[in-house]
Design a binder for this molecule. Structure first.
Ligand SMILES: [Mg+2]
Length: 351
């Protein structure tokens, strides 16, 4: 039997306007997919924040180019995914959707969660940060206070003009640890160092992509001076980028939607460890489908940032277990996710 692939364009509605150093939005387009063969359905998802350049149409067009009829009964997943990757450059989220669905299908066929197939301990997942976008200090402070009741660590987006006012408002509201993500928002390294030193005195534990990924020499200098770990996000997309991050950053943020999925994310984690880089496992705003996939690998991360589905108001999947500030994988086979409405087919109905 041949695999059958179904796609449904879906628009994620965010609980709060999500403002970063260089963008602001209230929705995220995602493509939900199902990969079916032998009565087994694998779920996948391509979440596509607009600044990454993929769309419903581009992802669907890419997935239609996969020659499903050529995947035989004894297929090797790595070989299939390498062939998918070779169809065209880019399209990382579309490739991730297929990778996730294929791993879900394989896990369901074997009756095991993906984490079990990899021999991982699902209880070793670190607490997830909860993300708060750029906003007015009073609003950010109130949201931080509310989040501190449920989460062990916050991730605050910086790089606007009111960074210190936001952090001060948060510190008035709660003492829990903060990670900051500048999304390349600082361009002067001396300014970046002053900000990081100020943040270090206020319970901030790491700084994500403080300067543009292209300013490699400035970032390497900043890392030498910084009292806090510097983590790459925009600078590291795929496996080949990991080696280049060593010596410039202390750690890397791996996201399924950047790196084409679980197979490559796992390889990146191994490569990062080999080079002494620490690992953040992150996400986009996405449904519990892609988050469930990432959770399969989360026990290998030093830092988890897997709150994407918690920022979404219309998640079509059942929420994942959330215990002690940790988003956990389930014990179900594959990626262990189930549609919220209890109907099997999330791609049914009109888009
Ligand atoms: Mg980031």
């Amino acid at each position: 039997m041949t695999f059958e692939l179904r796609c449904k364009p879906y628009t994620l509605e965010l609980r709060h306007r999500f403002t970063l150093a260089n963008s602001s939005r209230t929705t995220t387009p995602t493509l939900l997919i199902e990969l079916e063969r032998d009565g087994i359905v694998g779920y996948g998802e391509a979440a596509m924040p607009p600044y990454l350049g993929e769309t419903h149409a581009s992802a669907q067009a890419f997935l239609e180019r996969i020659e499903l009829a050529r995947i035989d009964a004894e297929f090797d997943a790595a070989a299939v995914l390498a062939a998918v990757d070779a169809i065209a450059p880019g399209n990382a989220a579309a490739k991730a959707a297929f990778d996730i669905a294929l791993h879900d299908w394989l896990g369901k066929r074997s009756g095991q969660p993906h984490w079990q197939r990899l021999g991982l301990d699902p209880r070793a997942v670190p607490p997830t940060s909860f993300t708060i976008g750029i906003g007015e200090p009073d609003d950010v402070g109130a949201r931080a206070a509310a989040a501190a009741a449920e989460f062990a660590v916050l991730k605050i987006k910086l790089g606007g003009s009111g960074d210190r006012a936001m952090i001060a408002a948060i510190r008035n509201a709660t003492a829990i640890p903060i990670r900051v993500d500048v999304n390349q928002g600082w361009t002067d390294r001396e300014h970046a160092l002053r900000e990081i030193e100020w943040l270090a005195a206020r319970g901030v534990e790491l700084v994500e992509q403080p300067m543009p990924a292209t300013q490699i020499d400035d970032l390497a200098w900043l890392r030498q001076q910084s009292p806090l770990p510097i983590v790459a996000d925009e600078a590291v997309q795929r496996l080949a980028d990991v080696a280049r991050a060593a010596g410039v950053y202390d750690g890397i943020n791996i996201k399924l939607m950047k790196c084409t999925g679980l197979l490559e994310a796992h390889a990146m984690m191994t490569a990062a460890r080999d080079r002494g880089l620490r690992i953040m496992l992150g996400c986009m705003t996405e449904t519990s489908c892609a988050i469930a996939a990432a959770c399969q690998l989360a026990s290998l991360a030093d830092w988890a940032d897997l709150d994407g589905a918690l920022l979404v108001a219309n998640d079509p999947f059942e929420p994942l277990p959330f215990e002690d500030g940790r988003v956990l994988p389930t014990d179900r086979p594959g990626i262990g996710v189930a549609p919220r409405d209890n109907t099997r087919d999330v791609t049914a109905g009109s888009p």
